[in-house]
Design a binder for this molecule. Structure first.
Ligand code: 5GP
Length: 194
């Protein structure tokens, strides 16, 4: 997605050879008009796949997921990283390890919102080592629902997540794939179709 690549180049900040900050439009401040076009891009790619639910993880996945849900006209569920007063039983839960924080956390969704007859699209902001995506897949498996694919706003192609998921036969569609962040320079992989 050309406009996303431009946004990353103009508003992203390379923090190291492996980390990019995109707080200006995705992770802190949100550009709603631009994010609507991100949602439309996911909807175009997954149109006709029979998606009935979108699953994401709080908090940064929520914006692209809601925009995709708006375009596909399906409900969006965000997995919670902490149990709350109102979310504590009848849960599906999975552990997610964060390499950046060097800690595991448990993510959960209520059993009320994903069922065995659902066809689920997972959406997330950034794909790095794939642990968040694997956690969400585990929740879908616990619900007995079908995983249609994973839509990612920014994939870091030099990290393992994409490989791990694609080797499992999972469809992973990333709107922009970063090949390298070396020398404070963002280089993209070739764009796929659309
Ligand atoms: P994974 O589970 O794929 O290793 O990491 C996924 C999550 O880690 C993303 O949803 C994002 O919140 C965070 N993350 C990983 N790498 C980066 C990065 O380079 N920049 C930002 N802003 N977040 C990242």
């Amino acid at each position: 997605m050309e406009s996303l690549q431009q946004k990353i180049l103009t508003e992203g900040k390379v923090l190291s050879d492996s980390v990019i900050k995109v707080d200006a439009f995705l992770n802190h401040q949100v550009d709603p008009v631009f994010m609507q076009s991100v949602g439309e891009a996911f909807a175009t790619r997954f149109a006709g796949a029979g998606i009935t639910k979108i699953l994401t993880l709080e908090s940064s996945g929520i914006t692209p997921a809601v925009m995709a849900g708006l375009s596909l006209n399906v409900p969006v569920i965000f997995a919670r990283k902490r149990k709350s007063l109102t979310l504590h039983d009848n849960l599906y839960s999975a552990d997610v390890y964060s390499y950046t924080k060097n800690e595991s956390s448990q993510i959960s969704i209520s059993q009320d919102y994903i069922h065995h007859d659902d066809v689920v699209l997972v959406i997330d902001d950034i794909l790095a080592n794939g642990q968040a995506a694997l956690g969400m897949i585990e929740l879908i498996e616990q619900a007995g629902a079908a995983l249609e694919g994973i839509g990612i706003v920014i994939e870091k192609g030099f990290q393992e997540g994409g490989n791990i998921l694609r080797k499992r036969g999972i469809r992973v569609d990333s709107l922009a794939t970063i090949a390298s962040l070396e020398n404070s320079q963002v280089t993209f992989q070739e764009e796929g179709p659309i």
